[in-house]
Design a protein around this ligand. Sequence first.
Ligand code: ZN
Length: 105
Amino acid sequence: MYTNNLLIRKVDMTRYLKVGDSCKVCSTPRVDIIHQTLLEILELRPSIKSIPESVLAKGKDFYAICPCCDAYALGIELSTGFPFTEADGNITNIQELTSRSDWGY
Ligand SMILES: [Zn+2]
């Protein structure tokens, strides 16, 4: 009964950073975007810096993305960016995130 969850977890562990992990480039905690959001982003901007091509090609349910390295991919130039989930489960977007005083963007 846990086969699917175990399979997903195993794939995650062998791949790149998870949500909440610090970005290796800028130390910003990663956020999760769902697959549908990724597809919408890719329609606008085919280049995503913080998710490897090999991961993008997998078709996962969630993708941990760096909101700093990929601020443009997440829609910082839009009036409302794409929704993403933080490590604590809070759903937000890049405008809300960058407006926080404790975020060093
Ligand atoms: Zn980063």
